[in-house]
Write a new protein. Sequence first.
Length: 202
Amino acid sequence: MSRLRSGALSSKGFSLIEIMVTVAITTVGLVGLVALLLESDRSAQDSTSRSLASWMIDDLTNRIMANQDAVASYDTGGAAVNCSAQPTMCAAYHNGTAHVNNAICSGDQQAAFDLWNVACPSNVTVPGSDFTRAGNTDFMAPPKLYVNVLTGLGVGALSTQVSITMTWDVRTSGREADGSTNYLNEGNITSRTDALSTEIDL
């Protein structure tokens, strides 16, 4: 009788250990799955930001091509576009409550508006909403737009070169001190930004 009782207790203890091991293995697997899902979400956000940056650069390129007489006004002087003050609004827009007609702009005013419209948040608020996303920059980690215009190039000093660079924050990579990109999220990462650039000749 004592042998049966001892065997029963041994069997129960072994089953409990099995359950504990199973729970531990399952927990480790679930933690790994959650980490994978988080990394996938970060990668999707970074991919979306790169696509938006590409579209914004193409948009500004087309605006510059259409306003070549004022191309020098697109130069940001080595700094990012200043979004603190709204320029003259050269296109009609909706301010969240009503339609607002556009102003009649000069070429220089159009250039200032183009830079602000492409690079800056819309600052539109719809009454009763928690937040409003009305422009590309509302979907990106703070983007910064730089434009460098070089005039008087080429034969007869008649050519102009425009360099456009967009930077934004990323979550899945970073830049080390020497400028190289680190995709492992380890090591000497000094900046978590990505950049996209293009050059156009006029």
